[in-house]
Design a protein around this ligand. Sequence first.
Ligand SMILES: C[S@@+](CC[C@H](N)C(=O)[O-])C[C@H]1O[C@@H](n2cnc3c(N)ncnc32)[C@H](O)[C@@H]1O
Length: 186
Amino acid sequence: MDKNILRDTTELAKMFCEKYIDGDSAAVDATCGNGHDTLWLAERCRKVYAFDIQKAATVTTEALLAEHGIENVSVICDSHEVMSKYVEEPVNLIMYNLGYLPGGDKSVATASDSTLKALESSLELLAVNGLICVIMYWGHPQGAAERRAVLDWAAGLDKGKYHCVHTDMINQPKCPPEILLVTKKK
Ligand SMILES: C[S@@+](CC[C@H](N)C(=O)[O-])C[C@H]1O[C@@H](n2cnc3c(N)ncnc32)[C@H](O)[C@@H]1O
C-alpha cells in the first residue's frame, strides 16, 4: 500500500481521536501491534489499555514505551474480544487499527467474528460522548469481509444512541483504507 495514503489515513484518524481525549482520559488501543498508536495515546491520556494477541507485538510495544519512559499503559497479551475482563472503568476512546502486524506474520490478522465481539464490548465500555475509531484495510480478502461486517454492524446501531461516520478516499484506486467513527450519545 502507498505509504502516503497510510500516513494520511492514520493522521486523519488521530485528528478525530484527539478531540475526545485529554490528560484525564482512559483509552484502549485494541490492536497495539508495534506500539506506535499506544505511544501516541499514552502521551495524551491518563491511562491506556493496549491489547494484542501476538506476544511479539506486546514485547515490541513494551520496549517502545520503556524507551520513551512511559508508565501509564497496561499492555495485555490477549484478544480484544475479552477487553472487559481487563478494563474496569469507562473509557473515552477505543482505537482499532485492523489487519496484520506490519513486518510480522501476515497470517495473524484481525478477523470479522472477533472484531465484531470486541466492538460490542467496546460499546459497553465506552463513556457517553466517547469515540470508537476503526481503521480498516480491505485490499486483502479477509480485510474485505471484515470491513463489510464492521460497516453492516455500524449501520445497524441505534440511531438515538450512536452516531456513525465512515470515510472514503474517493479519488484513490485499489481499496484505500477507511475510517469508521462511532460516538456514544447516551
Ligand atoms: C495493523 S496492526 C496494528 C498496528 C498498531 N496499532 C501500531 O501502531 O503499530 C494489527 C494488529 O492486530 C493484532 N490482532 C489481530 N487479532 C487480534 C485480536 N483478536 N485481538 C487483539 N489484537 C489482534 C495483530 O496481531 C496486529 O498486531
